[in-house]
Design a protein around this ligand. Structure first.
Ligand code: COA
Length: 373
């Protein structure tokens, strides 16, 4: 059925209010709790941004130190969860692993009443990278890793567990910055899903499990993996130009381009693009960055479509040696902050979310007994 042109996908529909984030707002752009995304990307750590989103204000030095210590203390996985992760097959997509992991954690560490919602959010923030990389390393390398590393930052913790060694400062900083850029984005599909679930007075684990399911699709978070698949197809910018022209002629979707809210650019793209260039030089890769730039130019020249946050994030992650199937799960490790902030905001002034639909089915019909059909 064709989507209604006017309200299809709820485009342009205001579905509630929020204190947390602006997306493409005139005179503000992308902000978290009033802070410009470029200021946050240049100056903050991901832990500061997580605190900002979850507590509503920037932490003082001692608050940040306390918060980092709390996250570090929450990285260890319960034995039952490790057993479950070992049972999820190697062939599973890691987004499904996280979906199962969060859902299972909701069984063994249930939220109960909502008094401890901040602790539940922090626990998820701390242990999502542990879940992901415990499963990944168990199934790819046959090892049971220690998930309770002493790294202060979530970015270093992630890369340390993945590569079995502490990352370079450049790699840590770049991953940290992508976590900041991915952390929050107003009423995007997965956050809205989390708010709908929360609106029924359900628990945080259910809201996050549903949000992971929504983020998984290639029209949302899954686009960074699809973008990697696209840029890996081409050996030269010339190949890429020809290939993308062919795809556009066939009316294929080019993943990592376009956006529901932004009309001329995605503010996160320039930051990712800068990091992709720096990392390409760092690892000595002279193909992927020029190929990506060539695709970006064709898309703008031919369709006036711009790269969104996912396009250059793909090469940024690739240059750090991160396997493609972990790209969208990294988005989860970051967006858990935005989701949890929205869960708490929804609860603070809750109303069941239940819109209406225009009925366009058949008129009332007469009942026909089964033997007469
Ligand atoms: N590649 C090719 N064409 C695209 C495109 C893309 N990435 N994104 C949009 N278009 C085209 C559509 O085909 C459509 O053309 P039409 O009017 O001739 O039918 C037009 O631009 C409008 O797109 P539409 O899908 O209606 O916009 P939307 O607001 O519903 O979709 C996205 C927004 C993000 C889902 C869409 O741009 C997309 O699918 N992008 C690729 C996936 C992606 O990168 N997702 C991550 C988003 S952060």
């Amino acid at each position: 059925m064709a989507a209604d042109k006017k309200t299809g996908g709820l485009a342009g529909v205001t579905a509630g209010s929020t204190h947390i984030c602006t997306v493409g707002k005139e005179g503000a752009g992308l902000t978290y709790r009033g802070y410009d995304i470029y200021d946050l990307a240049d100056n903050a750590s991901f832990e500061e941004v997580a605190y900002l989103l979850l507590h509503g204000s920037l932490p003082t030095r001692s608050e940040l130190d306390g918060y980092i210590a709390k996250i570090k203390a929450n990285r260890r996985l319960p034995a039952e969860l490790m057993t479950v992760l070992e049972m999820v097959p190697r062939s599973a997509h890691p987004m499904d692993v996280l979906r199962t992991g969060v859902s299972f954690l909701g069984n063994i560490e249930p939220e109960g009443d909502f008094e401890n919602q901040q602790d539940v959010a922090d626990r998820l923030l701390a242990c999502l990278p542990s879940m992901l990389l415990y499963w990944h390393r168990f199934h790819t390398d046959g090892v049971r890793i220690e998930t309770s590393t002493d790294d202060d930052s979530i970015a270093a913790h992630f890369l340390h567990m993945l590569h079995d060694k502490a990352p370079s400062e450049l790699h840590r900083k770049c991953l940290d910055t992508t976590l900041i850029l991915y952390a929050e984005h107003e009423f995007n599909a997965s956050t809205f899903a989390a708010r709908v679930i929360t609106g029924t007075l359900s628990d945080m684990h259910s809201a996050v499990t549903g949000a992971i399911g929504a983020l998984r699709g290639p029209l949302h978070g899954g686009a960074n993996e699809a973008a990697m698949e696209l840029i890996s197809r081409f050996d030269t910018p010339e190949d890429a130009i020809e290939g993308v022209h062919g795809m556009l002629a066939r009316k294929d979707l080019i993943m990592g381009f376009g956006h529901r809210v932004y009309t001329t650019s995605d503010p996160r793209n320039s930051v990712n693009k800068r990091m992709s260039k720096a990392l390409a030089e760092d690892v000595g890769n002279s193909t992927l960055y020029p190929v990506s730039e060539a695709i970006e130019k064709v898309m703008w020249d031919e369709k006036k479509l711009f790269a969104n946050a996912d396009f250059f994030a793909a090469s940024v992650y690739h240059f750090m040696g991160i396997p493609t199937y972990l790209f969208t799960p990294i988005f989860v490790c970051s967006r858990i902050t935005g989701w949890a902030a929205h869960v708490m905001e929804q609860r603070a002034d809750n109303k069941l979310i239940r819109p209406a639909a225009d009925y366009i089915g058949p008129g009332l019909k007469e009942w026909v007994a089964i033997e007469n059909r």
